[in-house]
Design a protein around this ligand. Sequence first.
Ligand code: UD1
Ligand code: MG
Length: 452
Amino acid sequence: MTDRSSLTVVLAAGEGTRMRSALPKVLHPVAGQSLLSHVLDAAPQGAGAALAVVVGPDHKAVADEVARVRPDAKTFIQRERLGTAHAVLAAREAIARGADDLLVVFGDTPLISAATFARLRAPLKNGAALAVLGFRAADPTGYGRLLAEGDHLVAIREHADATPEERKVTLCNAGVMAFDGRKALQIIDKIGSANSKGEYYLPDAVGIVRDFGWEAVVIETSEDEVRGINTKAQLAEAEAVMQARLRKAALDAGVTLIAPETVYLAADTTFGSDVTIEPFVVIGPGVSIADGAVIHSFSHIVQASIGKKASVGPYARLRPGTSLGEGSRVGNFVETKAATLEAGVKVNHLSYVGDAHVGANSNLGAGTITCNYDGFSKHRTIIGEGAFVGTNSSLVAPVKIGNGAYIGSGSVITKDVPDDAMAVERSPQNNREGGAKRYREMKMRGKKPKES
Ligand code: UD1
Ligand code: MG
């Protein structure tokens, strides 16, 4: 913990053309959350922690995402893309307020942890003017090289401007920097564009800090943590790193993952104690799984709350707005959406339950379908407590089934069913005595048995 105030400036004005996508780069998801939201979540939070995001002129969707994730953040527009130092200065107004620490981070490096931000800020407390996050690159091509003497940084040389000797350096600039907030503008304002690309390079801050006679240091981290995303292949690599982290965190928290490498989690998935997840389960954003629940194989779950000791799947699909009560069971080939199933409800086979409320201990037989959509609007189905819906029944919404009501199999229910009533909607059965035998004989008369 630190009592120093901070401003984090997130640079997200890049076009991300190498993603080959209409979606702005920083909005692509990793573990069910945009790249940008991972960065915003890791940035310092709470009292005394301000946030500024620099976006491109046509990036309303990016600004919307910022407002959604961190309503306290201020968005600045970089109208021309003249380099990373130029981008930081788009947030000049926020920087000029003079927080103790100014952090600069790229919007496309989603794997940096809050702990690393804290580590990077520590040297500022001890008087350094600048701390740069560095890593040992397996292949340093394209990265800025950190020219250091021990922990002390002398300069950062961009790949394009580096000598063959400097290119051999594998200690690279991750892109994350922490400035003494009261010196930051003095430093960044001095950055020029006399380099091979004619851009204003933020890394040039190191040389300027040295010219002032101040101290610049490097803090090292692993290459995995600072992976930047420029392509879909890198997006997939980051997903793999994030999934490995999430699985490990789940296992450490006591979740049983029988085959962890086959389970996909979201960054915000929460677990109670003694949760079991069988192989091949996909969990999207907004899912909570309470104590003792079991998720069987091949289930797909998004924005759902799963109650204590509930059982889901195999092959269940829980869509947004699903809430499962304690001990409820949603079995194979069952789809739910905007549906609350209270404690002890059973929907064990082949059903669709959408826009519905099902009271405690009701049983929906195989093939029960809530017909929630009439081609124009969605309608609700309300089922009371302890009701029994026979197999292959259609509940045409809006409709209410009372407490303890019983629906005969194969019914198409279009009218409300009172409490404890039995509703049967199907043609009466007609048994013709001996009819099958007569039918067979009639068929046999007209046909010779086949010669074998
Ligand atoms: C940058 C660093 C390099 C470092 C590497 C780490 C510079 C000059 N170089 O290089 O030392 O090793 O990251 O990945 O900083 N951006 C803007 N506006 C601009 C330019 C960039 O918002 O005018 C944003 C981009 O959206 C991106 C980030 O800044 O999020 C970095 O820009 P990028 O062009 O990817 O820099 P690199 O060449 O990768
Ligand atoms: Mg980059």
